[in-house]
Write a protein of this length. Structure first.
Length: 226
């Protein structure tokens, strides 16, 4: 099920038609009230969320979605006006999985939805990833630092998992953005620094293992167990 939050009825109807033609179930909402009511009844597989909405804007809705345990991991694609670079950056910082720039084509919309769903579908892996005091369980989606549970956002979890899977490998900011968000957002990689900063803070002393490689990016230091 895909939820479309779009106040323009013509655009919303077109989106719903395209989604249903592509084989998705879809429901549309013109404002936040009915959307929140629907969420209390059933959680969708993905949310298409316009930024410019009456009553409550899309960025405010996204922030609430990411702050709630029940909805924190639902993939969200933001729809932004052409040239609204600030909104794109803020949306990514708040945890959006991708964005569409208006006016966008319905084929592009469906393709991006499929790509995000492929990226965010659960991958049940039993192998626990560890590095020194950090332990990450992909199947349970849990993280421990010095034996203490750490609550991470979806993107923080994805970044940490990537670093743990490739200890010692240096990733540029652009690479981390592409791998964690699945998009090429060249020139606007500040969101990576923000997420690395909060990730280090949440890991406490263990956060020191995520090191900055000046002029390049970040890597996970391999602890010396000797």
């Amino acid at each position: 099920m895909i939820y479309c939050v779009e106040d323009d009825s013509n655009i919303r109807d077109l989106m719903l038609y395209a989604l249903q033609a592509a084989g998705f179930e879809a429901a549309g909402f013109e404002e936040s009230g009915p959307f929140w009511e629907a969420l209390r009844e059933s959680l969708p597989d993905l949310i298409l969320l316009d930024i410019m909405l009456p009553e409550e804007d899309g960025l405010s809705i996204l922030k609430k979605l990411r702050s709630s345990q029940a909805t924190a991991e639902i993939p969200v694609i933001m729809a932004t006006a052409k040239g609204s670079e600030y909104d794109k950056v803020i949306g990514l910082d708040l945890g959006a999985d991708d964005y569409l720039v208006k006016p966008f084509g319905m084929l592009e919309m469906v393709a991006r939805i499929k790509a995000v769903l492929r990226r965010t579908s659960p991958v049940m892996q039993s192998a626990v990833l560890t590095a020194g005091p950090i332990s990450l369980n992909p199947a349970r989606h849990t993280v421990l630092a010095d034996g203490t549970p750490v609550l991470l956002t979806l993107k923080e979890f994805d970044i940490l998992r990537l670093l743990l899977e490739h200890p010692g490998q240096v990733f540029s900011r652009a690479q981390l953005l592409e791998k964690a968000w699945g998009i090429d957002y060249a020139g606007e990689t500040r969101t990576v620094d923000v997420h690395i900063g909060t990730l280090r803070t949440k890991l406490g002393d263990a956060g020191r293992l995520i090191t900055t490689v000046r002029g390049v990016g970040y890597k996970l230091e391999v602890p010396d167990d000797k």
